[in-house]
Design a protein around this ligand. Structure first.
Ligand SMILES: [Fe+2]
Ligand SMILES: [Fe+2]
Length: 247
């Protein structure tokens, strides 16, 4: 039965009031730079409404016990770059753990924070993957800036385009590169960079299911769900799930 105009208007109003029922806030990290973080927050407390302390109604609802793939589907941005890297790594015959590392190497960018994305992703994943996997993800960030002719890895032309021809990495990145070169897992991080390509066919769409088994074997999915397992990074998963909670 078609809704009459009045009913439609009421439904729309209900939807809007449900959405605006509580005030959703943005953390300093979302706005710093666009505004001076030392200034008072621009939103005055609204005495007639409460602040949001749970799920943001503007975002897709998450299941009670979210899995890694739930985060990919419901919270992360487009992930084809990582999926295609993982497919390429598989094609290149690398160890399955490295395929997983390729699949996850940029999740900080797609789901959380760009700046220092290798470090954030490593921290997020550490409780759930082999230490070699999180180590490799942490160090791929630095290794991306340094060529390794032994495996045919060159400084990415994309970086010249993105950062200009004169860009030099920060000293801490240079230092991380030196540490990595001396480390027994150097080649694991290096293999992420080797398979970290942007020149894929845009018409090819890789599905997550292609990696169900690799994830099943090498990612320790907590029974309580990511975010509710009291791991040292559970809070980061919760923040990705509920990014606009007041506290
Ligand atoms: Fe990366
Ligand atoms: Fe990447």
């Amino acid at each position: 039965m078609a809704m009459n105009t009045m009913a439609r208007a009421e439904a729309a109003e209900h939807a809007m009031s449900a959405e605006l029922d509580r005030i959703a806030v943005k953390s300093v990290i979302y706005t710093s730079g666009e505004r001076d973080p030392r200034d008072l927050m621009p939103y005055p407390p609204d005495q007639r409404r409460f602040y949001l302390m749970g799920a943001d109604p503007r975002l897709a609802p998450m299941p009670e016990r979210p899995t890694l793939f739930d985060f990919f589907r419901l919270r992360f941005g487009p992930s084809q770059h990582m999926l295609q890297s993982a497919r390429l790594a598989t094609k290149n015959g690398v160890d399955e753990k490295i395929v997983l590392a390729c699949l996850l190497h940029d999740i900080a960018i797609t789901g959380f924070i760009r700046s220092d994305h290798g470090y954030w992703a490593a921290q997020l994943l550490e409780p759930y993957v082999d230490p070699e996997v999180s180590w490799a993800i942490r160090y791929h960030q630095a290794l991306r800036f340094y060529p390794d002719p032994s495996v045919g890895y060159e400084y990415p032309q994309l970086y010249v385009k993105l950062f200009g021809p004169d860009f030099l990495p920060e000293p801490y990145i240079e230092q991380a590169y030196r540490e990595a070169r001396e480390h027994k897992w150097y080649m694991s991080a290096r293999l992420i960079t080797v398979n970290d390509l942007y020149s894929f066919d845009p018409n090819v769409k890789v599905e997550l299911e292609e990696f169900t088994d690799v994830v099943g074997r090498h990612f320790r999915q907590p029974a309580q769900g990511l975010g509710f397992d009291s791991s040292p990074s559970a809070h980061i998963w919760r923040t990705i799930m509920w990014p606009t909670r007041y506290l």
